[in-house]
Design a protein around this ligand. Structure first.
Ligand code: SAH
Length: 456
């Protein structure tokens, strides 16, 4: 895979300074997933060219860098070494780091200046075709030449290949050119060699500075860059709009009504707040939606998220960007693996325990153990339990003939069933319980979620 960048800005031999590389040498850069080489095959005052040549190490790719495919053959035999992709973007950002940041020790003013550049890439992967290349690059002022080819000239009936030879011409600062390529090449390709998580938003915003927010295809670029993960996309697009000073109301994602999950979390947080609880145990915290809500309020000084699933805990940390927390922030929130059906001393000494949409995931015969773990072992002043209200299910069109809302639910209780279980447990363990409905009511005045608030 290679990328050549030429300029005729005179003296064109300054190109070496712009790339921070001595043009008479060949520069080898070792990357965890392959080798990059930078050299200057053409160097004169009239025209100079820098080439970034990149070889993927297919074995290194498989060991820990992810092949982008998932069938067995795919991981060893794939197009990654030969096409523009997210790996190639990574190579660009490593090999041309200072140029991408717009710094040049010897020619600082040139690094910021708009210069005429010509870019040649022999294999741009674009499964959505030539039109996408034009859609993404043209609004940025590029003159584009695209060469298409047949998948196999011996078999014209197989149709066009999804790889294109492209030449781009534009007058712009080198750092902007590199940032365009960094974002748009993987967006065209569509495959990411790693799992996209929250950090990608800040990378995208940083690399998109000054061009992405106003790009007519911004939504599609963001969607594709973040692999259509709705939460991430929404956050990225709203950050981009903020950077333009757009009012949030211009964003459909932000004007929509809060969904049931959000309504539920904010109501639970409100009840916890009103009870003056400050140390909260979120049992079955899942991906951390309640923790996120609680972190907004300083009253909650200690929050522990517990889940049986380490995967859920990992996702929760990612979603909250836990690794970026300061030590002080980290002292406020913690995550532990644990189960509701085992006695565990770590569950003691909390003001309140929340079980949000969790009990319906337990086998009914485990409920008595869970009751003891919660009401006898943890024994906080307040326990909040929410669970789907089965009586509401006929109002959920998407359920069709399914009896329950989720394939992992072991049961869904009617209002009468939930209240009867709760009253019995409250009496047994010396708690009082009150009930509340959460979410918009249907025509029969039934809400989708029911909540029991137990107090000691
Ligand atoms: N409370 C979260 C997640 C609800 S999904 C929210 O409302 O968004 C149910 C969660 O309960 C899952 O993350 C699941 O892993 C967890 N869970 C299931 N059985 C559990 C058990 N025995 N102990 C602790 N967590 C459990």
């Amino acid at each position: 895979m290679f990328l050549s960048i030429s300029t005729q800005h005179q003296p064109a031999s300054d190109l070496g300074f712009l790339f921070h590389k001595h043009p008479d040498r060949v520069h080898k850069i070792d990357l965890p997933f392959g080798k990059a080489t930078v050299y200057f095959p053409e160097l004169s005052d009239e025209r100079s060219t820098a080439v970034l040549h990149f070889e993927v190490d297919p074995i290194g790719l498989v060991r820990g860098w992810g092949g982008g495919g998932n069938s067995h053959g795919d991981i060893y035999v794939n197009d990654r070494p030969y096409v523009s992709s997210s790996l190639f973007s990574l190579a660009i950002s490593k090999a041309y780091r200072s140029a991408m940041n717009g710094v040049s020790k010897e020619r600082p003013e040139l690094a910021q200046a708009s210069l005429p550049f010509e870019v040649y890439i022999p294999t741009v992967s674009s499964p959505s075709g030539k039109a996408s290349i034009i859609e993404f690059f043209e609004p940025l002022g590029y003159q584009i030449q695209i060469e298409e080819s047949l998948l196999d000239s011996k078999f014209p009936e197989w149709g066009q290949s999804s790889y294109f030879q492209i030449t781009l011409k534009n007058t712009l600062p080198l750092s902007l050119l590199l940032r365009h390529l960094y974002v748009l090449l993987p967006v065209l390709d569509g495959t990411k060699h790693y799992w996209v998580h929250h950090d990608e938003i800040s990378k995208l915003i940083e690399k998109g500075e000054g061009w992405l927010a106003t790009h007519p295809a911004r939504q599609r670029i963001v969607n594709r860059y973040l692999k259509n993960q709705k939460d991430l996309t929404r956050e990225a697009v709203s950050k981009l709009s903020e950077s333009l000073g757009e009012l949030p109301s211009s964003l459909p994602a932000l004007t929509r009504a809060p969904n049931l999950n959000e309504v539920r979390m904010s109501r639970v947080a409100e009840v916890l707040k009103d009870s003056h609880s400050s140390r909260i145990l979120d049992m079955g915290c899942g991906q951390g939606a309640l923790i996120k809500e609680l972190l907004k309020d300083k009253q909650f000084t200690e929050i522990l998220g517990v889940d049986v699933s380490t995967n859920a805990l990992k996702k929760a940390k990612n979603r909250l960007q836990y690794e970026e927390f300061t030590e002080q922030q980290k002292s406020r929130v913690g995550f532990k693996q644990g189960s509701l059906v085992y006695y565990d001393k770590r569950f003691r000494d909390f003001d309140a325990v929340a079980l949000i949409e969790v009990i319906e995931h337990l086998e009914p015969e485990r409920l008595p153990t869970m009751e003891r773990v919660l009401f006898e072992c943890a024994k906080p002043k307040m326990i909040i339990i929410t669970t789907p209200n089965q009586t509401y299910n006929h109002s959920i069109e998407a359920l069709g003939l399914n009896y329950m809302r989720h394939s992992d639910h072991r049961f869904e209780w009617t209002q009468a069933e939930f209240e009867s279980w709760s009253n019995k447990v409250a009496e047994k363990y010396g708690y009082q319980v009150r009930f509340e409905m959460i979410g918009a009511l249907n025509d029969d005045n039934i809400a989708p979620t029911q909540m029991g608030v137990f107090t000691r």
